[in-house]
Write a protein that binds this ligand. Structure first.
Ligand code: RB5
Length: 176
């Protein structure tokens, strides 16, 4: 995408917060370690008018985290969600799974600073959180920053993201 597109996108996001927020489709996925936090965040984001695509899990019963990372990642890849939020005990396992889906840039964030840079520098499209690491207040703050911070669009960052995409495509190319 061009610098122009990013500057337009930044303008839209800063013009009217509610407008941008209400248009967002956010995919959520969690294992048992992230289930409680997922439910908290689901209600929080729905109250702001966002469309939530809840991929489960639906209880605190033990489940394997990879499927939730894959499912949320696939929605991003297909263009059916604007952002994803994946949650397990630490955020680590589910981020690894989400990052296996081509085009996904999942970032584990433990504070708002990481969330801001994940968007500004890495153009992360999936936020990974640790349900056993973060309190709900801090998690909400991280989510707010993540969903409201645009990618800077700076050439150096586009170049680095482009290098990852090229590597990913190269590998996919060899496999197919
Ligand atoms: C489940 O006990 C735990 O391993 C999982 O939620 C996650 O933290 C893995 O990375």
């Amino acid at each position: 995408m061009t610098e122009l597109w990013y500057s337009i996108k930044r303008k839209i996001m800063s013009l009217n917060d509610n407008f941008g927020v209400k248009m967002m489709r956010v995919a959520l996925g969690a294992d048992h370690g992230g289930y409680a936090l997922k439910e908290e965040l689901k209600a929080y984001l729905q109250n702001q008018g966002m469309t939530i695509l809840d991929q489960g899990t639906d209880s605190a019963a033990s489940v394997d985290y990879p499927q939730f990372g894959f499912q949320v990642g696939s929605l991003i890849r297909q263009g059916d969600a604007d952002f994803g939020i994946v949650i397990c005990g630490t955020g680590l396992g589910v981020s690894m799974a989400a990052n296996k889906v081509p085009g996904v840039r999942a970032a584990v964030c433990a504070d708002p600073y990481m969330a801001r840079l994940a968007r500004e520098h890495n153009d992360a499209n999936v936020l990974a959180l640790g349900g056993r690491v973060l309190g709900a207040d801090l998690a909400r703050e991280i989510v707010d920053v993540f969903l409201r911070t645009p990618f800077s669009g700076a050439t150096r960052h586009q170049q680095r993201i482009g290098q990852m995409a090229a590597y990913e495509n190269g590998i996919s190319g060899k496999e197919s």
